[in-house]
Ligand binder design. Structure first.
Ligand code: ADP
Length: 725
């Protein structure tokens, strides 16, 4: 069962927490209202108590005043008594109002009546005494004792009421206490819940952080592992590429050589077929190497011109053996309307056809395999063609037709056991077709056969441009100079192949087996350029180039020859100081043109030098030893100016012995530069100078020698800076 996601739990808890907090808030609000209410009741109860006490007091005062006035006959006691009696009534009314209607008991009513009665009686005494001046009547009224009785009754009613109110007060106080307690309790609950929420949120955040940290570490590790795996994969591909390409190089090279021998028509056709099949196979090897590119979406298309007929025939040739073995009938038909020369990615088309044909042949036990190419649409620049590959094999059920274009999908589970294969072929085909904006469909019935229909668009090349390009290639091909090439290659078959090519191009060469031997050879004599294999025993091509460029300081053109087809290989070679790069299996014209281009540059340098100085003598003398030649040239630049200036001084001072010696020495100095023929007559005249010789004549001869030498100096300087050294 799937483990529930912790995030949903946290969300639910969060919602629950909010509900609890809202509930607690309502309860807390209710408690606060109750507290406020309790407080209000308490305040009004206090007011009632005060009113009762005031009433009791006022009754006593009124009685005292009236009694005092009547007994003493002093009317001053009566000041304000009337008002006090009136106030007594008002107070009674206020008392009634300050008590809630439901709490107005019979004791309160009795008190009201008693107050009324008391007020009335007090008023009677006051009227009798003050207004009628009937003191006796007033005294009689007092003596009846009614006033005292009323006062006592009032006091007793007040005590009763007070006792009642006391109970009420008790209830209010205990209710306030309860509400306070419950408010405190709920407050505590809220605080605990808030604390728990904060703790769990903190725990959750810390835990999340820890998990994220763990995930980051894991990701870093897996990223590192991925990179290591990618490096290993690249290394593996590079090695595989080398291993496969080396024998392919030999197969293609020797079929090339075989093609040049005398063959009958059948043999020529067979060799041609071997060659084209070899080239296609090589392209396939490249595709396998490029598989990682497809997966990474980095596959790029290369547009080249190709002949549809020859492409079809070489693809067919790859299966001729198998078809013969299975005794199948194989036909290829290309509609006449389909242009033969097309421009597009021929290698990918080959790969598509090879995959589809290989399946058709593989899954057909008897009957035939047909390829039919027809035209769909055509404009001036573009053509869309349909290629049908039809067989009479086992067929594919309609359910499986949907999935066979997916990776690792095979129609039947026992397919691998019976026919082999991995289920990758059609996936690659589909990707390659989609990349070229084409489509692929399948029609099939189990037991009857299958038909794969591919639709693809190609450009139609401009024929005029095509001829112009062919001409340029021809011109380039004849521009090679006579040169000497140093070949560093350890593989015997490759050696045979390259030496054969050199002979057929009439190029002088020396063959060595390792980088070390190449370095030794360069110390012995001069070469026009080096063809350098990369993987060699003892010292590989990279190290040899490093030595040549950095230790020997030679700028001789170096062309790398490598079976490594990995991206970045070329850049590595160029970075190390190589001038060009040719990948094995070597294409004859490419190598020929490349050698021609570099030899041409060297020849141009040499032509420039030969305008003033001639290096034949020095060449002879050095036997091709470049270091020696360089030393002599540098020596010339140092020594000749010195000797010229010594000669000038000797002429100016008339030192004939010195003139003779210096002119003689100069003869050999300029001789190394091939200037002997030109300068000897002048220097011989100077050598024979005597006091009778005119100074002007000597200066004239010296001026000529100086002019010639100065031209030679700049040429020698250029030469030392040039690619030759
Ligand atoms: P593979 O051939 O290596 O198994 P593919 O991707 O080329 O892989 O083909 C996938 C599956 O499609 C095959 O395993 C097979 O079952 C089916 N299939 C392809 N082409 C044919 C065909 N011409 N006839 C019958 N079945 C085919």
């Amino acid at each position: 069962m799937r483990k529930p996601d912790i995030r949903y739990w946290v969300l639910w808890l969060f919602l629950l927490g909010i509900l609890v907090i809202v509930f607690l808030q309502v309860i807390s609000g209710y408690n606060i209202t109750r507290l406020l209410q309790g407080n209000r009741s308490l305040a009004s109860e206090m007011e009632v108590q005060n009113n009762l006490r005031k009433l009791q007091n006022d009754v006593l005062i009124i009685d005292t005043d009236l009694k005092g006035a009547v007994i003493t006959g002093n009317k001053t006691y009566l000041t304000g008594v009337e008002n006090k009696i009136k106030a007594l009534q008002t107070e009674a009314v206020r008392l009634n109002q300050s008590i809630a209607p439901h709490q107005r008991t019979k004791e309160l009513k009795t008190l009201q009546l008693l107050i009324q009665e008391k007020s009335h009686f007090s008023y009677q005494i006051l009227t009798a005494f003050e207004k009628s001046n009937n003191e006796e009547a007033a005294l009689r009224l007092i003596n009846t004792g009614r006033g005292k009785l009323l006062r006592d009754s009032i006091e007793s009613a007040i005590v009763q009421l007070e006792t009642l109110r006391q109970n009420e007060l008790q209830t209010i106080v205990s209710s306030i206490e309860d509400t306070g307690k419950s408010a405190r309790l709920w407050g505590l609950v809220i605080a605990i819940i808030a604390l728990l929420a904060v703790i769990s949120a903190f725990w959750y955040i810390v835990n999340q952080g820890r998990q994220q940290q763990k995930m980051i570490t894991l990701l870093n590790e897996s990223d590192k592992r991925n990179k290591e795996v990618a490096n290993m994969k690249e290394q593996f591909l590079a090695n595989m590429s080398h291993e496969i390409r080396t024998p392919m190089n030999a197969i293609l090279g020797f079929t090339n050589l075989l093609r040049r021998t005398t063959l009958n028509t059948d043999q020529r056709q067979y060799v041609q077929n071997i060659h084209s099949a070899g080239e296609n196979l090589l392209a396939l090897v490249n595709d396998i190497l490029d598989l990682s590119k497809i997966e990474a979406g980095m596959m790029s298309l290369e547009e080249t011109r190709f002949s549809l007929h020859s492409l079809m025939s070489s693809v067919g040739a790859m299966f001729s053996e198998k078809i013969k073995e299975k005794d199948l009938k194989f036909t290829t038909h290309i509609d006449k309307e389909v242009p033969d020369i097309l421009s597009g990615d021929a290698v990918r088309l080959t790969q598509i056809l090879v995959n589809l044909l290989s399946n058709a042949v593989k899954f057909t036990e008897e009957g035939k395999v047909e390829v039919y190419v027809s035209l769909l649409t055509q404009t001036d620049e573009q053509v869309r063609i349909r290629i049908c590959i039809k067989d009479t094999g086992i067929g594919i059920s309609s359910q499986k037709q949907q999935t066979i274009f997916e990776r690792f999908q095979q129609a039947e589970t026992e397919t691998t056991r019976r026919f082999g294969g991995t289920g990758l072929g059609l996936a690659i085909v589909k990707q390659l077709i989609t990349l070229q904006h084409g489509t692929i469909d399948v029609k099939s019935k189990p037991g009857e056969g299958s038909e794969f229909v591919v639709e693809l668009s190609y450009n139609i090349p401009d024929m005029a441009q095509l001829y112009a390009a062919a001409l340029t290639e021809q011109e380039e091909a004849v521009s090679l100079q006579k040169i000497t090439v140093l070949i560093a290659e350890d593989n015997v078959m490759n050696q045979q192949l390259i030496t054969h090519l050199m002979k057929s191009w009439d190029i002088d060469y020396v063959l060595v087996n390792s980088g070390q031997e190449a370095v030794n050879e360069l110390k012995k004599r001069e070469y026009s350029l080096i063809l350098m294999d990369i993987q060699m025993p003892e010292m590989d091509g990279y190290i040899a180039t490093h030595v040549i460029r950095n230790e020997m300081k030679l700028s001789i053109p170096i062309i790398a020859m490598t079976a490594h087809a990995m991206a970045g290989e070329k850049e590595k070679c160029l970075q190390l100081g190589m001038n060009d790069y040719v990948s094995k299996p070597i294409k004859e014209t490419i190598l020929y043109n490349m050698i021609g281009r570099h030899a041409q540059q060297v020849a141009e340098v040499e032509e420039l030098i030969l305008e003033h100085i001639k290096l034949d003598y020095l060449e002879q003398l050095s036997g091709g030893d470049k270091t020696f030649k360089k030393q002599i040239l540098e020596q010339f630049l140092q020594q000749a100016p010195q000797e010229l200036s010594q000669l000038q001084t000797a002429i100016d001072t008339g030192a004939y012995d010195a003139i003779k010696q210096t002119a003689h020495s100069l003869k050999s100095t300029v001789g190394y530069m091939g200037l002997a023929d030109e300068l000897y007559p002048f220097l011989t005249r100077l050598e024979q100078a005597a006091p009778s010789t005119q100074t002007t004549a000597m200066n004239h001869d010296l001026a000529y020698v100086k002019a010639k030498c100065s031209a030679a100096f700049s040429e020698v300087e250029d030469l030392l800076k040039s690619a030759v050294f």
